[in-house]
Design a protein around this ligand. Structure first.
Ligand code: ME8
Length: 533
């Protein structure tokens, strides 16, 4: 039977700056889910990419003396290289300056025109370039005199000065969708996750919706409107469509139509809380207007903040505050796998997370060096030492015997999956670490080194080591979405390398699949302990 599709997307990032900890956070978050879904039998499409149009990117290009296209081309490698380094397993990388996006956006314009939800008018209001967002007079706040010229208009979201825009523009009749959006939220309460974000979206829509200007004439770095070439597409109208472009929207071939039917709607758009309105209000309304299916879920994660060690409070990361942390700084400290583990299991995805180097070291040492890494190394060393470089030979029925590890491992995949299905990675990690901790305690309780002194107890020793290795094998599979390379290495070291890349996680996690009498490799420490600097 064909595998079910699972289509998951990151936001496409503006190329005004290099990828940073925040953009990497969303991307790793999706990667973990994509890997988990592949392991549970889905045919995954994991999409990420770059948002290349708009004023912000055009300004960045000009500041570097390049054309916008040259600038975007020069930035693409920074994104692609960091994603490769962070083991991001995306299946596609879309750039909005590609021909496929140009064609899809022009196709969208034609469908919008037919829909009756498009009209020509003129926009007279405020625009925030850093956020690429329109604001009405009533939404903007006046600056306080201390920080800005009196009367200057500031962005209500980011606080930076706004630009006055007066131009001819096409409008999308967003105001016509209020009732339909509210009905969507009522009928699909999990459309926006986590649920407290849904309340935010709902009250925004209840407050009334304004029609949205979706083309620009005072500026030209965008996709031309096919029936009115002096207009270019508003960058968000362009950007949101990337999700459908990547699965064949607007392409008139049987293959593309089949791809679209198979892949769309997406199961998850993962975004930061800053762009919820675009994804939970504007995007579904656009899709309703053109009669396309809506994505199943939008998962909005919080923002990474830097913990101020003096106040204990999380602060916004910024170059001007001098507290920005570069991905490379964290990779240098924790390694790539430690990086992924830290951000994915110590920051609650829905909430803002205060991060710090001291917390990173603490989590790495406690969970990876002292618990997981230590367990693997002890068990493999003992197996090699007591069983001639191999896993113990297993007696028939060995796996049916009761022991505390088997008890925890039973049904573990189901408990873990309940959380992984909802991107609840902290809880999913707790499920796995319970077994890791229990296995470390088991080593102490069973004291295999004492048992090994008495050759009449060799059968007992084989059981102890087998129980440990079996727990490790299962944990390696469950940790693989977070730390793919380490898990693959652990499985290889214990002679279970053929299980790497499973697509049937539930059955490989059944207790009792350990293979006896195969060679083990001791290897170097997986997570050398970090010393306090
Ligand atoms: O908004 N913590 O692009 P963008 C966590 N092009 N995540 C963060 C973060 C932080 N401190 N800072 C940024 C855009 N992010 C549009 C998207 S999608 C059709 C178009 C992440 O480059 C988070 O996912 O400004 C946020 O939503 C995204 O980067 C914004 O990236």
């Amino acid at each position: 039977m064909a595998k079910p599709s699972f289509f998951i997307t990151t936001p496409i990032y503006y190329v005004n700056a290099k990828p940073h900890l925040g953009t990497a956070y969303s991307t790793v978050l999706c990667d973990v889910e994509a890997r988990y879904r592949r392991a549970t039998g889905y045919d995954v499409k994991f999409l990420t990419g770059m948002d290349e149009h708009g004023e912000k990117v055009a300004e960045a290009a000009a500041a570097h003396g390049m054309t916008p296209q040259e600038w975007c081309d020069s930035q693409a490698p920074f994104f692609k290289d960091l994603w490769r380094q962070l083991e991001i397993s995306n299946d596609d990388f879309i750039r909005t300056t590609e021909q496929r996006q140009h064609d899809a956006v022009q196709y969208l314009w034609e469908r919008m025109k037919e829909s009756g939800y498009l009209y020509k008018g003129s926009y007279d209001g405020w625009y925030c370039v850093p956020e690429e967002t329109y604001f009405t007079e009533t939404q903007v706040t006046k600056s306080d005199e201390e920080h800005h010229t009196e009367g200057q208009h500031l962005c209500p979201d980011c606080g930076r000065p706004l630009e006055r825009v007066q131009e001819e523009s096409y409008f999308f009749k967003l105001s016509a969708f209020q009732d339909r959006l509210l009905k969507l939220y009522d009928e699909h309460p999990d459309f926006v996750q986590p649920d407290f974000r849904m309340n935010e979206v709902r009250s925004f829509v209840e407050g009334g919706l304004q029609d949205l200007s979706v083309s620009r004439t005072s500026f030209d770095w965008g996709i031309p409107v096919p029936f009115d070439e002096k207009h270019v597409t508003y960058v968000w109208f362009d950007a949101l469509l990337n999700y459908m472009t990547a699965v064949g929207y607007g392409v008139d071939t049987p293959e593309a139509k089949a791809e679209l039917a198979y892949r769309w709607p997406a199961q998850y758009h993962v975004v930061g809380k800053d762009i919820i309105r675009f994804h939970c209000v504007i995007w579904p309304a656009m899709l309703m207007a053109i009669g396309e299916a809506l994505p199943e879920h939008v998962f909005a994660h919080g923002f990474l903040m830097v913990r101020n060690e003096e106040t204990g409070q999380g602060e916004k990361m910024s170059k001007s505050r001098g507290n920005a942390i570069a991905p490379q700084d964290v990779i240098d400290l924790l390694g790539v796998e430690g990086y992924r583990y830290y951000f994915m299991t110590d920051v609650v995805p829905g909430e803002d997370g205060a991060i710090s180097f001291s917390r990173m070291e603490q989590v790495y040492n406690a969970d990876l060096a002292n618990s997981w890494g230590n367990l693997v190394s002890r068990a493999l060393n003992m197996s090699a030492k007591y069983f001639d470089g191999k896993t113990p030979e297993l007696a028939d029925g060995w796996a049916d015997e009761q022991n505390p590890l088997r008890e925890i491992a039973q049904g573990i995949e189901g408990r873990y999956a309940e959380h992984m299905d909802k991107l609840e990675y902290v809880q999913a990690k707790d499920v796995v670490m319970e077994l890791v901790h229990a296995a470390n305690h088991y080593v102490e309780d069973m004291a295999p080194w004492t048992v090994a002194k008495d050759f009449t107890r060799i059968g007992e020793l084989a059981h102890i080591i087998a129980n440990l290795l079996e727990s490790i094998r299962i944990c390696a599979h469950l940790l693989a979405p977070f730390m793919p390379e380490t898990s693959a290495e652990v499985l290889r070291r214990m002679g279970a390398g053929d299980e790497v890349g499973t697509t049937d996680l539930a059955s490989v996690c059944e207790w009792g699949r350990l293979v006896g009498g195969v060679e083990v490799t001791k290897g170097d420490a997986l997570f050398p302990r970090l010393q306090k600097k």
